[in-house]
Write a protein that binds this ligand. Sequence first.
Ligand SMILES: Nc1ncnc2c1ncn2[C@@H]1O[C@H](COP(=O)(O)OP(=O)(O)OP(=O)(O)O)[C@@H](O)[C@H]1O
Ligand SMILES: [Mg+2]
Length: 401
Amino acid sequence: MSNGLDIEEAERLVSVATLANRTSSVLEKLRDSARNARADDRREPTFTISKAAELVNRTPAAIRDAEKDGRLPEPLRTDKNRRERYTLAQLNDMRGVFGTRPYRAPGDPCCVVAVQNFKGGVGKSTVAVHLAQYLAIRGYRVALVDCDSQASATTLFGYVPDLDLDEEDTLYPFLREDERTSLDYALRKTHFDGLELIPANLRLFNSEYELAARMARGGFDALLNRLKVGIDSIADRFDVIVMDPPPALGAISLSVLRAANALVVPVPPTVMDFSSTAAFLSMLDETIEQLAEREMAPELQFLRFVGSKVDENKSMQKELLQLMRTLFGHAMVRTPLKDSAEIDNATARLMTVYELDGPATSSAVRNRCLGYLDGVNAEIEVDIRSMWPSHQAALRKAALA
Ligand SMILES: Nc1ncnc2c1ncn2[C@@H]1O[C@H](COP(=O)(O)OP(=O)(O)OP(=O)(O)O)[C@@H](O)[C@H]1O
Ligand SMILES: [Mg+2]
């Protein structure tokens, strides 16, 4: 390379660095101006007594009685002597008192569900975070593992990943250091009671390269198995572990597949995304076969496709959604996750639809959006519970009702 080119190269690198810095500082300002609360002062979602009753599977009268007879603490009152809304932590206490916790039995397997698609921007992080929060609201013990160095899921919990978090806070040390035996160090509580997060930040990107390089040098199987070892080390404490992988078939995505026992695949019904889903499925098939040759095939208990970012005003999307339903049959989640301004607006505030007490748009838009999210998540919840022998009688009863 000539000197001239070296200087040009240096200038190019400098300007990328400058742009990166400028962009980060603008992003920081945008975040401030969106007044998004940082992780430490995020508020947990709250519920009216009728919603609380529905969620803990008792009547409002049963809650009032338990408050009167001292099984539950007296409700907090507002200045106008109205009952304060209940927090998720209070709902979980009620579940304890009423014996309505939906936990799996100790012998049932922990559901490790990866929200996977090798295509970018299809709604993986949106689906993963809303699924994890939906399950926590229903009283399950949930961990969300952000496996993507872009850290979208982490951001939705109020962190500015590269300011607030160290690489030591992520999966990275566990993947790097064979001596570590548990992922416990990386779990942190969130503003959703019962939902813990393993966050990510840009540093996790290094582990993608390191893992790939070490795999190339040998010890492929052990490295591929490493994330599964980590997940297994924390699985005892949770009913469901949701993983949000990066959008490429790299070392981390492979490790996620290896660790999962269930898959949820978001697919926007556009021609481009549909063809990438076809590619995803053949890659998945090949990958599972390769893993099987090494006796490391994931034992998938369910595989569900979610039509995501659906715009049914577009006739082409309607047709493709129908085609997907025909093609995937029961594997296709019936409720489409429509494209919604509520999701867009909540994301712009770095929040989720479940965490906002009121609409980011209008009540009508918010209610419709909650309808799609709850619909999709309820179907996945049934799949999860179907993995648990202790839940099967209740599921059969519900199906007959
Ligand atoms: N149903 C929806 N309605 C409106 N916006 C949505 C919806 N689903 C996702 N989005 C938006 O699309 C963008 C990409 O979504 P998301 O980050 O969930 O995708 P991803 O598959 O995780 O992306 P990546 O591959 O980069 O990890 C986000 O800005 C998100 O807010
Ligand atoms: Mg993502």
